[in-house]
Write a protein that binds this ligand. Structure first.
Ligand code: HEC
Length: 122
């Protein structure tokens, strides 16, 4: 039992220190997307490694089914992500009481960010 507890403790420690974006190979556009996300404060809600926090995780999100307030649902794809970033108030997911704030990102920056989010699903 003691050994199991120690192992769990070690896992928790690893979890705490891995507050860096996942080490994955990024295309130039995805790398730009990561940078813009970090500079635009997205990580404060989506997590320092984008594994979620106040906002949903970006890791493995492509293809996930999501439920919206009002009873509709959808599947996450590139268009959905672009829409969610452009018009944060249009996407109101069940389970997230905080609304995502608007941002000043242009289409190219949003495209780069979505490239990065797609990379987190590979
Ligand atoms: C104040 C917290 C907050 C910040 C800052 C924030 N978001 Fe969000 N984001 C959310 C929440 C909460 C949701 C869930 C949707 C909802 O109900 O509004 C969300 C949803 C999303 C989604 C859709 C994902 C899904 O599962 O529905 C994307 C993509 C996204 N955010 C990208 C961004 C980007 C890019 C930035 C930075 C420019 C950003 N967010 C900054 C809170 C935040």
């Amino acid at each position: 039992m003691r050994k199991i507890l120690l192992a769990l403790g070690a896992l928790a420690l690893v979890g705490c220190t891995s507050a860096q974006p996942l080490a994955i190979d990024l295309t130039p556009s995805a790398a730009r997307g990561l940078k813009v996300s970090q500079q635009s404060g997205c990580a404060s809600c989506h997590g320092s490694d984008f594994a979620g926090g106040t906002g949903p995780t970006w890791v493995g999100i492509i293809g996930q089914s999501v439920a919206f307030k009002g009873g509709t649902s959808g599947v996450v794809d590139r268009d959905y992500l672009i829409e969610a970033i452009k018009y944060p108030d249009k996407v109101q997911r069940v389970g997230y009481p905080v609304m995502m704030p608007y941002n000043n990102l242009d289409d190219a920056e949003i495209s780069d960010i979505v490239d990065y989010i797609e990379a987190l699903s590979q």
